[in-house]
Design a protein around this ligand. Structure first.
Ligand code: F6R
Length: 610
């Protein structure tokens, strides 16, 4: 949540900052702002609304400085307004600060500063930071910029990634972080800062990852890192192999549509990252022995939102193939429910961004209880990746649309690949089941292409239902996990109320909601349960519902309204195909309603606050 960008070099900073912010708008889009230094004076342009508003301000072109910081906001403290937008200055306009995160003790700090003569113009927690830096700066004889930032950071409780510039030091940017993401991109005679790699991928592929409680001092030609005691430390640079075009729309109208169509490719890359010549998947880097796996009493898969749905879709696979009790937990609940964890518990954390605060906190909790932890993320070097004992990457490439699509299918694929690896190590089930599943996994990219080509009628269905107020999703077994994800996608980008039910539960209450013309979508891919789900669907048809069926079975028409048939595949892995028509359905409904598909209201990608 919230995106920050920084630049120091030889070029005009403002256009580079705006370009970076536009790429980070998926992190928040309530308001935006930039601050540069010209002739030892801080400039400030900010406003509520989208980043492009800053470009339209009459004095944008006057910003000639080659150093600057910038911010796009997802409001937490204080409504979206010009005053609450970042950057924030201290009272003397010496420091300018942008901040991503939440300062939990800002009230105490604000009162302390007010008692010391400072005043505030915004309702944000952030405004305490520049004033606190100024407080330390003016109370030390030698006016040490870095020392003042460090002292201010020591007073902050909560999470922060900050960039600070100071009019007295026009050749430096200082950054610091704790529990919020921040990367530093190295260029030639220029350096970049961003919350997330895609913002500056166009300029560099070489990145440093700042750890919690570390500081960096950037100039045009150098980046110096410091630990919490301001001792200089060294860091390795990492080269990111993402294609810069992967962070652009590449001719598509929206990122979400582009990302839906990228799925065959992202799944191919994810599979190939682990595929051996003998057709098995290699996870030996996890150091998982047969002895260890046999001693496991439970696997927890912990995640949020769509990533949690990916976990749900492989729970049964792991249980059937490995005979290990597997629980899927919502990270925000898990961390407060005193889960039973010990050294014989294997904990898997799934996160596209690798920065989700609740997932990160759940991971730290599991480590405290000596459990082995594995992270599945899409972003190399992300916080969750650094915290976990082992990490595995999905190769979905940058996912920019707020609603997750290609990350979800990559997560389901990778988790299923991992399940086959565990099954091989444990040897507790019929080998043929594992071999068949592996074949099906490898066939996914081609079948995804087919699925994308067979979804034509989904647009027509979208045009018929886009004005509805409620849409219900049904499924049993693995199809219930697909129903949950389909329903979440619809809510997020079309603002239509939607619920997903395990189809067998319908008659225990929800069927009371069904009336003439209610839209019900049933997923039918779990061959063991198809007949049962058809009966449940007939119960709603009898009560007047119009139905859309997503299936990989050849079915007689039982009075269904529309049937979308996807390629045949084992139910273990069917979510990867069955979700595609549902992603497209949400997309077309959102477009028909004239909504912003990529940036739905109230949401932000990468939820780095609790
Ligand atoms: C839904 C969506 C969210 C995320 C959730 C977890 O489309 O994007 O539900 O899945 O916020 O995010 P990550 O995977 O980054 O931990």
């Amino acid at each position: 949540m919230c995106g920050i960008v920084g630049y120091i070099g030889t070029k005009k900073a403002a256009p580079i900052l705006i370009d970076g912010l536009l790429k980070l708008e998926y992190r928040g889009y309530d308001s935006a702002g930039i601050s540069t230094i010209e002739n030892n004076c801080l400039s400030l342009l900010k406003d509520k609304g989208r980043v492009k508003n800053i470009l339209n301000l009459s004095n944008f072109d006057t910003l000639s400085g080659t150093i600057g910081i910038a911010h796009t906001r997802w409001a937490t403290h204080g409504k979206p307004s010009k005053e609450n937008s970042h950057p924030h200055f201290d009272n003397s306009s010496t420091f300018s600060v942008v901040h991503n995160g939440i300062i939990e003790n800002y009230n105490e700090l604000k009162n302390f500063l007010i008692d010391n003569g400072y005043s505030f113009v915004s309702q944000t927690d952030t405004e305490v930071i520049p004033n606190l830096i100024h407080y330390y700066y003016s109370s030390t004889a030698n006016k040490d910029f870095l020392q003042s930032v460090k002292m201010a950071c020591s007073d902050l409780h909560g999470s922060f990634a900050i960039e600070v510039i100071c009019k007295d030091f026009p050749d430096n940017i200082i950054v610091a972080k704790k529990d919020s993401p921040l990367v530093i991109g190295k260029g030639e005679h220029e350096n970049y800062i961003a919350s997330d790699i895609p913002a500056v991928l166009k300029y560099t592929k070489n990145f440093y990852f700042l750890q919690d409680n570390e500081f960096a001092l950037l100039s045009e030609n150098s980046i110096t890192f410091f630990d919490n005691n301001l001792n200089e430390i060294s860091k390795d640079i990492k080269t990111i192999d993402w294609d810069e075009n992967s962070a652009d729309k590449n001719g598509y109208e929206d990122y979400m549509l582009k990302e839906i169509y990228e799925q065959p490719d992202s799944i191919r890359k994810t599979i190939n990252s682990r595929l051996l010549d003998n057709g098995t998947f290699d996870f030996t880097d996890l150091n998982i022995s047969k002895n260890y796996l046999s001693s496991i009493n439970k696997i927890y898969i912990v995640a949020c939102g769509t990533a949690m749905h990916a976990g749900l879709s492989v729970k049964n696979t792991i249980e059937k193939l490995c005979k290990i009790n597997t629980e899927v937990d919502i990270a925000s609940e898990f961390r407060y429910r005193s889960p039973l964890i010990d050294k014989n518990t294997l904990c898997i954390f799934v996160s596209q961004s690798g920065e989700t605060a609740d997932t990160l906190a759940a991971l730290k909790l599991c480590k405290e209880h000596s459990a082995k932890t594995i992270a599945i993320t899409n972003v190399l070097g992300s916080s969750i990746t650094r915290e976990a004992d082992y990490s595995i990457l999905t190769y979905a490439g940058p996912e920019i649309a707020v609603a997750s699509t290609k990350a979800y299918t990559a997560q389901v694929t990778l988790l299923s690949m991992l399940a086959t690896y565990f099954a091989d190590v444990l040897n507790r089930c019929d080998k043929d089941i594992v071999i068949d599943l592996r074949h099906d996994i490898v066939s996914l990219p081609a079948k995804l292409e087919q699925t994308l080509n067979s979804c034509n009628s989904i647009k027509d269905f979208a045009l018929r239902v886009y004005n509805e107020h409620d849409i219900f999703f049904l499924g049993r077994g693995i199809d219930y996990s697909i129903a949950l994800e389909g329903s979440l996608k619809l809510k997020e980008i079309s603002y239509i109320h939607s619920d997903a039910y395990a189809a067998g539960e319908l008659k225990h209450g929800p069927i009371a909601l069904i009336e003439d013309n209610t839209t019900v979508i049933t997923i039918l891919t779990d061959s063991n349960l198809v007949k049962k789900s058809i009966s449940n669907t007939q119960e709603v048809i009898t009560r007047g519902a119009k139905t859309l069926i997503i299936t990989n079975q050849s079915l007689p028409n039982y009075g269904f309204d529309t049937i979308i048939t996807i390629p045949e595949i084992s139910e273990y892995i069917s979510p990867v195909l069955a979700i595609v028509p549902l992603q497209l359905l949400s997309y077309f409904i959102s477009k028909e309603k004239g909504l912003d598909v990529d940036k739905p209201r109230n949401l932000a990608k990468s939820v780095t606050v609790e």
